[in-house]
Design a protein around this ligand. Structure first.
Ligand SMILES: Cc1cc2nc3c(=O)[nH]c(=O)nc-3n(C[C@H](O)[C@H](O)[C@H](O)COP(=O)(O)O)c2cc1C
Length: 448
C-alpha cells in the first residue's frame, strides 16, 4: 500500500519526469482498474480502497494529462456532447450535458431556473468575462514539483480553496440533492455551504460530507424560524452560518420565465402557493412551524437584524452578497466574522458589476481583519488564482458543480472539482507559488 497523500498536495508532473515514469504510471492505473474489476479481490472495502488510490494517482491531478491521448479513443455523442464525466476537458463541457439531461426529463423550467441571471443577464455574464481584465505574471525556474493547495479558513484545513456555493433545490437535478454533492466534495476534502432551501437536511449533508458543512441562512420574516434554523444547523455541527443579504429587492429572472413558456408540466403540482407548500420538500424546514412566515428572504432586514443574529450565532457568522468596501466596513463594525463577495451569480441585481471587479475594494476595506471569500463566474483554475491573488481567502463555484450533478450525479461533481483543482495547481506552478500563502497581488496585473 502507498502512504496516503496529504490532501491538496500534488506530486511532480510525471510528463516532466525523466525515463519511463509515465508508462509506469499508466501500467499502475491499469493494474488498479483490473484489480477493482476482479471478483477475487473486489470486496466493497478493497474496491473502495482501490478507487481512492485511482483517484489520487498523480496523473489525475494534472491538467496536461496525456493519458487522454494514449487511452482508447472516446467519441462524443452524435450531438457533440460528452457522455461520461471523464470525457470532459473543462467544466464548460458539463453545461450542454446538464441541459440535455434536464430537458430529457421534460423540465425546461428547471433548466431556466439554473441558468437564469436577472433582466438581460449582463451581471451574470460579467462575472465570468471580467476575469479576462486580469492577467497573470508567471515566474520561471522555480522548482514547483510539490505544490500544496490546501488552505486554512477559521482554523479548518480545506484541501482546496475552491468551495461549493449554496444552490437551492438541488433535488430538481438529482434526487439525492445536497447529499450527492457532499459525497463528492468530502472525498476531495473541499468545503461546501448548504442552502437553507436545499432538499437535503444539513444533518444528512454533514454525514455525507464526513465533516460539518457551513449553513447558508435565508432567515424568513419570522424570528422564531430564524432561530430554529440556526439551532438546527449548529446542532448538526455546522461551524458557520452564512446570511445571504442580496435577495431583498425582488428580481426578474427572465430566462426562467421564458423557459416556463416551453414547459408542458403543471408546475403548480409542486409549486403550490403559500410558504408552507414552498418548503414542503425542503428538509431543513420539516420540524419547524412556518405558519407565520410570508417571506423566505427576510425582506426588511437591516444592520440591526445582523446584530440580532450575531446575538444567537455561536459559531462564525458571515454575510453573503456584500459588493462594496463601505458595506464590508459596516459588517466589521457589526461583529461579522467573514464576508462572501457575491451578487448571487448575477441572480440578485442587474448592476453590471462583476464580483472580481469589487474584490480588491472589499479586501482593502477589511484590511486582513476577517476572511473575504468570493464567488461568481469562476470557471477556470486561473480564475481561482486571480481571485486569491486579489486577496480572497477562498473561491466559490455555483452553476459548474450543478452542471456536473445534473448530467452525471455525484461523479459529475467529482470531475468538475478534479478539473478545476488540476487547472489551479497547474497555474500555481506557473506563477511559482508552492502554496496558497505564496499567491499575492504581485501575481496579477491588468490585462492589456
Ligand atoms: C440555481 C441557483 C440557486 C441558488 N440558490 C442560492 C441559495 O439558495 N442561497 C444563496 O445564498 N445563493 C444561492 N445561489 C447563488 C450561489 O450561491 C452563488 O452565489 C452563485 O451561483 C455563484 O455564481 P456562479 O453560478 O456563476 O458560480 C444560487 C445560484 C443558482 C445558480
Amino acid at each position: 500500500m502507498e502512504p496516503e497523500r496529504t490532501a491538496g498536495t500534488h506530486d511532480p508532473d510525471p510528463s516532466q519526469a525523466a525515463g519511463s515514469a509515465e508508462p509506469r504510471m499508466i501500467a499502475r492505473r491499469r493494474l488498479l482498474k483490473f484489480l477493482a474489476a476482479s471478483p477475487l479481490v473486489a470486496t466493497p472495502t478493497v474496491a473502495s480502497a482501490i478507487a481512492s488510490l485511482l483517484a489520487s494517482a498523480p496523473g489525475q491531478a494534472l491538467a496536461q494529462n496525456y493519458d487522454v491521448l494514449r487511452a482508447s479513443r472516446r467519441a462524443l455523442g452524435p450531438d457533440g456532447i460528452i457522455t461520461a464525466p471523464g470525457d470532459a476537458l473543462n467544466v464548460f463541457e458539463f453545461e450542454p450535458a446538464a441541459k440535455k439531461a434536464v430537458l430529457s426529463q421534460d423540465a425546461p423550467a428547471h433548466w431556466g431556473y439554473l441558468e437564469s441571471g436577472v433582466d438581460g443577464d449582463v451581471t451574470r455574464d460579467a462575472n465570468h468575462t471580467a476575469y479576462q481584465r486580469y492577467s497573470l505574471r508567471v515566474k520561471r525556474l522555480i522548482d514547483a514539483r510539490k505544490v500544496d493547495s490546501s488552505v486554512k479558513v477559521f482554523g479548518e484545513t480545506w484541501g482546496s480553496p475552491i468551495f461549493i456555493c449554496p444552490v437551492s433545490s438541488l433535488g430538481a437535478y438529482e434526487p439525492e440533492a445536497g447529499v450527492a454533492v457532499a459525497r463528492a466534495v468530502g472525498k476531495r476534502k473541499h468545503q461546501m455551504i448548504l442552502s437553507t432551501v436545499d432538499n437535503a437536511s444539513i444533518a444528512d449533508v454533514n454525514k455525507a460530507l464526513g465533516s460539518p458543512a457551513w449553513f447558508q441562512l435565508y432567515p424568513t420574516d419570522d424570528w422564531a424560524v430564524t432561530q430554529a434554523l440556526v439551532n438546527c444547523a449548529e446542532a448538526a455541527g455546522s461551524p458557520a452560518i452564512v446570511l445571504t443579504v442580496d435577495r431583498q429587492g425582488g428580481r426578474n429572472t427572465e430566462d426562467l420565465f421564458r423557459a416556463r413558456r416551453l414547459d408542458q408540466r403543471d408546475c403548480t403540482a409542486c409549486h403550490t402557493p403559500g410558504f408552507a407548500n414552498d418548503v414542503s420538500r425542503k428538509a431543513n424546514f420539516f420540524d419547524i412551524d412556518v405558519s407565520k412566515v410570508t417571506n423566505l428572504y427576510g425582506t426588511g432586514m437591516t444592520w440591526e437584524s445582523v446584530d440580532r443574529l450575531r446575538g444567537i450565532v455561536k459559531g462564525k457568522l458571515l454575510l453573503k452578497g456584500i459588493m462594496t468596501g463601505d458595506d464590508a466596513k459596516q459588517a466589521l463594525s457589526h461583529g461579522v466574522d467573514g464576508i462572501l463577495v457575491s451578487n448571487h451569480g448575477g441572480r440578485a441585481e442587474e448592476s453590471g458589476q462583476a464580483t472580481i471587479g469589487v474584490l480588491a475594494e472589499v479586501v482593502d476595506a477589511v484590511d486582513g481583519r476577517i476572511p473575504v471569500l468570493v464567488d461568481g463566474g469562476v470557471r477556470r483554475g486561473t480564475d481561482v488564482l486571480k481571485a486569491l491573488a486579489l486577496g480572497a481567502t477562498a473561491v466559490g463555484i455555483g452553476r459548474p458543480y450543478v452542471w456536473g450533478l445534473a448530467s452525471f450525479g455525484e461523479a459529475g461533481v467529482d470531475r468538475v472539482l478534479e478539473i478545476l483543482g488540476a487547472e489551479f495547481v497547474t497555474i500555481m506552478r506557473q506563477v511559482g507559488a508552492l502554496n496558497i500563502k505564496e499567491i499575492t497581488r504581485g501575481n496579477v496585473t491588468s490585462a492589456l
